[in-house]
Design a protein around this ligand. Structure first.
Ligand code: PPS
Length: 303
C-alpha cells in the first residue's frame, strides 16, 4: 500500500486490512461493503424523524451535488454555514461505518433536527421508519451507462470497495447486480414506484446538467422554501461542477480510503461519457441487458 496516496485513519493495521478492498456481503439480499454490513442491525432499526429529509440515490448518480444544493437551501445560501464541515459530515451517509470513524447511525442519533441524510439503499431495504414517518425524500437517478463508467472509476480510487478488475469484468458484475448496493435497474425502478405513494421528488442527473437553476427551484419548492432569485443564482454558481471540484468541503479530498490521483471523486461531471468507455460489443450486450431489465417500467432516461 506504500504507493497509495490517500488519507488513512489512525487504526491498527489489522483493522485497516478489513476495510481495504473488502469483499461484498449481502444484507437482506442486497450486496454491500463488508464494514457497512457489520453495522447493519443498527441501520435496520434506525429511527427516522418526521422532519428528516432523505437523499436517496444509486451510487454515482449526483448524490453529492444534490446534497450540497439541499444544504445551501437549508442555510438560505449562506456559504459560510455550508462550509462548516465536509458534505459527508453535514449529510451523513446512513449505512456507512468503518474503523476509525463513528458509524453514521451513531452520528445521526445524536444529531439535532432537521437532519438531511444520504442513502444508497435499495427501496426494499430502507429502514421502515422512513416510510412510517412519511419523510420527504429526494431521489436522483442517472442513466445506466454513465453510472457504470463513473462507478468503475470510483471503485478504482475508493479502496473501501472490492477490486474492480478490468472494465469488462466490472461491467459484467454491474449487469449482474454484483456491486455494492446491487442492481441499478431494480434501484431506479423500485424508487420510481414508491414515488406514487410517498413524498418523493424524483430527479434526473441529466436534467440537473441541462437546467440546474430549474432543478434547484424544484428542490427548493419541495422543501417548502421560497428563496429570492439572487440566492437561487448564488446556490447555482456554488454548486457547479467546477466550484464543487475546487471546494475541499465538497470534493471528498478530506475523506479517508480514497486515492484521487488514480481518479478524482469529481471526475468529469458530464453526460454521455460512456461513449468514451464502452466498446461497440459491450454496448450491444448492454443494450440487450437494458431492454430486458427495463421492459416492465415506464421510467425512461436520456442516454
Ligand atoms: S457517490 O459516491 O455515490 O455519493 O457519488 P455521487 O455524488 O452520487 O456521484 C458522483 C458523480 O457526480 C458528479 N458530480 C457532478 N456532476 C455535475 N455537477 C456537479 N456539481 C457534480 N458534483 C458531482 C461526479 O463528477 C461524479 O460523476 P463522474 O461521471 O464520475 O464525473
Amino acid at each position: 500500500m506504500a504507493h497509495v496516496k490517500m488519507n488513512l485513519p489512525d487504526v491498527p493495521p489489522e483493522e485497516l486490512q478489513a476495510v481495504l478492498r473488502p469483499a461484498l456481503i449481502r444484507v437482506d439480499g442486497m450486496p454491500t461493503l463488508g464494514p457497512f454490513a457489520r453495522n447493519w442491525e443498527n441501520v435496520r432499526k434506525f429511527q427516522a424523524r418526521e422532519d428528516d429529509l432523505l437523499i436517496a440515490t444509486y451510487p454515482k448518480s449526483g448524490t453529492t451535488w444534490v446534497s450540497k444544493i439541499v444544504d445551501l437551501i437549508m442555510n438560505r445560501g449562506d456559504l459560510e454555514k455550508s462550509q462548516k464541515g465536509a458534505i459527508f459530515e453535514r449529510v451523513p451517509f446512513l449505512e456507512s461505518a468503518g474503523p476509525g470513524m463513528p458509524s453514521a447511525t451513531d452520528v445521526l442519533n445524536k444529531m439535532d433536527s432537521p437532519r438531511v441524510i444520504k442513502t444508497h439503499l435499495q427501496a426494499e431495504v430502507l429502514p421502515k421508519s422512513f416510510w412510517e414517518k412519511n419523510c420527504k425524500m429526494i431521489y436522483v437517478a442517472r442513466n445506466a451507462k454513465d453510472v457504470a463508467v463513473s462507478y468503475y472509476h470510483f471503485y478504482r480510487m475508493a479502496y473501501g470497495h472490492p477490486e474492480p478488475g478490468t472494465w469488462d469484468e466490472f461491467l459484467n458484475s454491474y449487469m449482474e447486480g454484483n456491486v455494492a448496493f446491487g442492481s441499478w435497474a431494480k434501484h431506479v425502478k423500485d424508487w420510481w414506484k414508491m414515488r406514487k405513494q410517498y413524498k418523493i421528488l424524483y430527479l434526473f442527473y441529466e436534467d440537473m446538467l441541462l437546467d440546474p437553476r430549474g432543478e434547484i427551484e424544484k428542490v427548493m419548492k419541495f422543501m417548502g422554501k421560497d428563496l429570492p432569485i439572487e440566492v437561487v443564482e448564488k446556490i447555482n454558481k456554488n454548486t457547479s461542477f467546477k466550484a464543487m471540484k475546487e471546494n475541499p468541503m465538497a470534493n471528498y479530498s478530506t475523506f479517508p480510503y480514497m486515492d484521487h490521483s488514480i481518479s478524482p471523486f469529481m471526475r468529469k461531471g458530464i453526460f454521455g461519457d460512456w461513449k468514451n468507455q464502452f466498446t461497440v460489443a459491450q454496448n450491444e450486450i448492454f443494450d440487450q441487458y437494458y431492454s430486458r431489465e427495463m421492459s416492465d417500467t415506464d421510467l425512461t432516461f436520456r442516454m
